[in-house]
Design a binder for this molecule. Structure first.
Ligand SMILES: Cc1cc2nc3c(=O)[nH]c(=O)nc-3n(C[C@H](O)[C@H](O)[C@H](O)COP(=O)(O)OP(=O)(O)OC[C@H]3O[C@@H](n4cnc5c(N)ncnc54)[C@H](O)[C@@H]3O)c2cc1C
Length: 425
């Protein structure tokens, strides 16, 4: 299909937010009885790449309980959006499309088929049923506005549109088609961008040869704590933690990454601490060691830690595996306790957008009307999804943001079109 010369609503980007916007706009327009064309343009050859890879190919669609506290920034704004379209609305929406969701122990919701393809196919069908269309690959290279409306351009030509919904995503996983082009469109249409646009939910790197990198492949339930320069606990996450050849990954690391990267810029002296025995304090760990009289330290540590890790920690503490706690000088015991509950991580950096799941930063949410997602800087333009400066933790919260804002933007754009007097025959 070629790009039409005109549309009432042009949606730039057909990822999670753009597809949702297309469904909502199409359905709303039908409901009002007005006529109009809704066209989504996407630069990708294969649609929905992120939906397909999400949740390890199972697509963690949302979470059974979504509140603003799961998001890192702009919580009052997030609350306002979730009130309009929260997790219940997402479950109901997908249920109507025939996609039944199941809740897992973690609270995450997945399709009962355990296949992300079910989610994508249902969305594509819903776009069609709503009377909207998707053209791809049709990469957009410019969006401009004049008194007559918008002109959307690409190597394929140009399209005029009364309204534009910007759903271009952020910069995570750029090979999926989301490479940050949307930020430039927003900027040229009058928006500002946050001073930093960084990878979030991203693995972290340690110096080459750091002892944790030698534990590559080891997964453990651990706690990560971000401490401010005064030692104050700023944020913490306890979850599965994976040691890798480059550093650390796994849900706890991904969740804390955006806070670490952000704090590093704003608060030099911030440190990331790893507790291999989540919930245990230094005093409790010390008491536990002291209670293990007469037994070798490795035997004792193995009660709570995998043997590889226990051995590595003893090497770091310069203690022999068969030494007993009585044979261990007080200072060495203190070092051991510190390694167990407060290993300091000299994080070098992150694995970048290629390995990130989302983007922290973007168009400030204060620049849109939360009831319609319409731009306050450029009338007729709406923004939804990750292009906005909102990111959540792992668990389905980022898709929830995309579904919710896409829905609101699509509905409002269609209502605005329906309100424009239709030409009489
Ligand atoms: C590996 C991975 C796993 C993830 N797993 C989960 C999960 O299980 N649960 C969860 O909640 N979140 C998950 N996320 C995050 C989630 O995928 C995103 O938050 C969500 O996709 C954002 O939706 P969006 O529509 O705003 O952006 P995107 O999904 O990135 O869609 C943007 C679309 O715009 C198109 N586009 C961009 N620029 C242009 C242009 N110039 N012209 C035309 N088209 C353009 C792109 O091709 C793309 O199709 C995961 C992300 C990754 C990378």
């Amino acid at each position: 299909m070629t790009v039409p010369a005109e549309a009432n609503v042009c949606i730039v980007g057909a990822g999670a937010a753009g597809l949702m916007a297309a469904v909502a706009a199409g359905r709303s327009l039908k409901a009002t009885g007005a006529s109009g064309t809704i066209v989504a343009l996407d630069g990708a050859k294969t649609l929905g790449a992120k939906i397909l890879v999400a949740g390890g190919g199972r697509c963690n669609v949302t979470h059974w309980r979504v509140t603003e506290s799961e998001y890192a920034v702009n919580r009052p704004a997030v609350r306002s959006v979730l009130r309009r379209f929260g997790a219940d609305e997402t479950v109901h929406f997908f249920d109507q499309l025939g996609v039944e969701l199941k809740r897992e122990e973690t609270g995450k919701l997945f399709p009962v088929t355990d296949s992300a393809r079910t989610v994508l196919n249902a969305l594509l069908r819903a776009v069609q049923d709503a009377g909207a269309s998707i053209v791809h690959p049709a990469r957009v290279t410019g969006v401009s506005r004049s008194e007559q409306g918008f002109t959307v351009t690409g190597a394929w030509g140009s399209m005029r549109a009364a309204r534009v919904i910007l759903a271009t995503g952020g910069m995570a996983l750029p090979r999926s088609g989301s490479d940050g082009a949307g930020y430039e469109f927003a900027r040229t249409l009058g928006h500002s961008l946050t001073p930093a646009i960084r990878p979030a939910l991203v693995p972290l790197t340690l110096p080459s040869g750091h002892w944790i990198t030698e534990l590559s492949g080891l997964t453990i339930h651990a706690e990560l704590v971000l401490r401010g320069p005064t030692g104050k606990r700023l944020v913490h996450f306890a979850n599965s933690t994976l040691c890798t050849h480059f550093g650390l990954s796994g849900p706890s690391v991904l969740d804390i990454s955006r806070y670490l990267l952000d704090a590093r810029d704003r608060e030099p002296g911030t440190t990331l601490i790893l507790n291999w025995m989540p919930g245990e304090s230094a005093d409790a760990a010390d008491a536990w060691l002291l209670a293990a009289k007469g037994r070798g330290l490795l035997t004792v540590l193995r009660e709570r830690l995998p043997e590889r890790l226990a051995r590595a920690i003893l090497v770091q503490a310069r203690l022999a595996p068969d030494a007993t706690v009585q044979q261990t000088p007080r200072e060495a015991r203190r070092t051991l306790v510190e390694l167990l509950v407060a290993t300091s991580l000299p994080i070098e950096g992150d694995r970048g957008f290629t390995h990130a799941e989302v983007t922290a930063g973007g168009v400030p949410i204060e620049e849109v009307d939360l009831g319609s997602m319409e731009s306050l800087a450029c009338p007729g333009l709406s923004l939804c999804g990750e292009v906005l400066d909102v990111d959540g933790r792992i668990g389905g919260f980022n898709f929830q943001w995309a579904w919710a804002t896409g829905w609101i933007a699509g509905q409002a754009a269609a209502r605005a079109i329906a309100a424009i007097p239709q030409p009489t025959a």
